[in-house]
Design a protein. Sequence first.
Length: 79
Amino acid sequence: IVVGDHKQLGPVVTEHSLCAPYVSALETPFLERMHQNSQRSMTSTMLNEQYRMHPSIRSFPSSQFYESMLEDRVSISHR
């Protein structure tokens, strides 16, 4: 079982003296490589309810990365 989000930001590689295969592995995050690999039989489930962000902050990632599927589950008055 692998849990994570392939749309999250990956690592930032600033060291240029690393060996090429290592840098290549870091440039594309593990979960993104897994998601792109069509040979793997993968079932994924999107958790679309979020409890942490204010709706005004949530709206950008929802529309830009998650096809406006993120939903708020805590009202503004309860934050």
